[in-house]
Design a binder for this molecule. Sequence first.
Ligand SMILES: Nc1ncnc2c1ncn2[C@@H]1O[C@H](COP(=O)(O)OP(=O)(O)OP(=O)(O)O)[C@@H](O)[C@H]1O
Ligand SMILES: [Mg+2]
Length: 337
Amino acid sequence: MPGTVVGMTSSPHSAVPAIEADGLVKLFGKQRAVDGVSLAVPQGTVYGVLGPNGAGKTTTVRMLATLLRPDGGRARVFGHDVVAEPNAVRSLVGVTGQYASVDEDLSATENLMIFSRLLGLSGRDAKRKSTELLEEFGLTEAADKPLKNFSGGMRRRLDLAASLISHPPLLFLDEPTTGLDPRTRAQMWDTIRRLVADGSTVLLTTQYLDEADQLADRIAVIDRGRVIADGTANELKASVGTSSLGLVLVDRTDTERARVILSGFLGVEVSVTPEAGGLTAPLTDASITPELLIRLRDEGIAVDEITVQKPSLDEVFLTITGHDAPGDTTEPERSIA
Ligand SMILES: Nc1ncnc2c1ncn2[C@@H]1O[C@H](COP(=O)(O)OP(=O)(O)OP(=O)(O)O)[C@@H](O)[C@H]1O
Ligand SMILES: [Mg+2]
């Protein structure tokens, strides 16, 4: 059709990032919950925002989705300013996750019908769309049950289904799999991949490195309201070491000597774990492990236990920030200027 020519060269549509945030700030009282977050999310990609409890993920999402007004910085969604053009932004985004977006006493069908009608679908279209989505999310059998009888996984899927009624080009998924069992989690991942294959852009918040790894083209690690690292999953892993080595020694008086030997051998910082006799280190190449054991044996250090684990969010944080991620109650020493 002739109209397609327009889209080929000068149209901004495909070139415009789905999200462009520049120095977003949100204050709650004196607390800088979001403290200068900048993000660039190209269309058709999955962007992972990875961070521990209280890092500022939900607050960032809410500002981008026009649900919360930023106290500083600016953000555009498909070129539309979230503060100046909230309606344009709202028409392009779907939000799901940590919001009570559904009514407990109503059935799944009723909830989807209500959302559909709110979005302006006719009764007939609303019914069709609801049936379609319930099927897509494997909720057909539970369609008439009230939500209070739904499991966590079913709720999550219904919540995502609700956010897809309007088929938004940009979806905010706020911790879509937190608390789900592994099978439901894998289903959710498949659904997200399918959405992106259909052309959607997804901003996904998560506390799980493996989830960001599975789904996200790029990942921003956020901590205390700031982006402390960003890049592809491989880039982040490289900064952390792809795995984590754990050693328990037979004789704990060897600990310090073993630490020095391992540090020299691996060329990285080796930490002593709280239980004396334990050592941990980031490990980029797991195939080095046998050599390492030989080295320790040659030094007369006996190893009781050895483990090699994929990196956890804790290790990402420890490596990048130098402090532990969860349960950090220290007062941030920052002014609110
Ligand atoms: N409405 C609010 N009023 C006051 N403080 C808030 C409010 N919302 C969030 N906060 C605070 O802002 C900080 C960031 O919260 P946010 O919910 O954005 O974190 P999060 O990364 O989404 O955490 P989680 O993984 O637990 O969902 C937290 O310290 C939180 O207590
Ligand atoms: Mg949150």
